[in-house]
Design a protein around this ligand. Sequence first.
Ligand SMILES: Nc1ncnc2c1ncn2[C@@H]1O[C@H](COP(=O)(O)OP(=O)(O)OP(=O)(O)O)[C@@H](O)[C@H]1O
Ligand SMILES: [Mg+2]
Length: 324
Amino acid sequence: MIETTGLRKSYRKKTSRKSGESPTVDAVRGIDLSVSAGEIYGFLGPNGAGKTTTLRMLATLIRPDGGRAGIAGADLFTDPAGVRRRIGYVAQGGGTTDTVSAREELVLQARMYGAAKARAVQAAEGALKAFDLADFGDRPCATYSGGQRRRVDIALGVIHEPRVLFLDEPTVGLDPASRAYVWEEIRRLRTEGMTVVVTTHYLDEADALCDRVAIVDHGQVVAEGTPEALKREISGDVVLVGLEPGEGVAKRAAEVLRPQPYLHRLEVQGEDGLRLYLEDGAAAIPQLLRALDGAGVTPGTVRLQRPSLDDVFLARTGRSLQQS
Ligand SMILES: Nc1ncnc2c1ncn2[C@@H]1O[C@H](COP(=O)(O)OP(=O)(O)OP(=O)(O)O)[C@@H](O)[C@H]1O
Ligand SMILES: [Mg+2]
């Protein structure tokens, strides 16, 4: 449904200097994608990774500097109008108007896509039902909760029944219950055969919602696959050790633990944290406690967890997504 190779985009930075060339930001530095019909495909990455830029290129809103891309059978470069007809796009932050009701927005949107009045009214009615908006759909959008507003945004994005829907950060700022509700709506669209591309910087969202995930950093895909396969790359368990604060404790603990045979990898986190990768965490914890004790280092907390997408990000970039 979506195929891209080498898609890239640089922005020129505004500079106050009058002379000289203006510096550029390489926002997207060659992205290859292959998204199948009926998938929920996620871009996961930190702020500034290039997620929105990629989505806006695919949605024909900005012109790529290079590469190739086809969406639902239309070429992005030679037939952007064809692409536009086949897609829906919901921007980061949405696009509802405070004074207008959801029903009015939906009718207007359907008419903008060429539906006759009666057909547009009918489509709006259908969308109010499908997205569970009927209770409040005749009030102005300003009176909606964040979650309700987000559902209206998504309903607006699919009123013309596109083949592909692009959603930029669909659940940012929502409480857990509203997020779960939006996820359900997205899954429902998948069962109707729609292909959905979402961007997110939430690890749990990428994990729970997406069939496949591209982890992006500095404008490039650093890992790609199903959340399960990505996490399987990080074999074994993760043990997080929080140390009692003290001069150089993390460094000392790292020196003691690095030679331990059961350890795959060790990352120092901040002044007093360690992140250990090992095969069998439960079995290794007593040994690593003994080793720390022998070196006079006191662990305050020890936590065992399964690898997360953050561990994949860390393994590929050397940084934690939660800290960047
Ligand atoms: N119009 C613009 N002019 C100049 N630089 C831009 C412009 N839009 C984006 N950038 C830069 O391009 C890079 C990628 O931005 P982008 O918005 O695609 O990131 P993102 O992954 O969507 O981030 P976020 O998670 O914060 O939404 C950033 O360094 C950003 O500052
Ligand atoms: Mg963005």
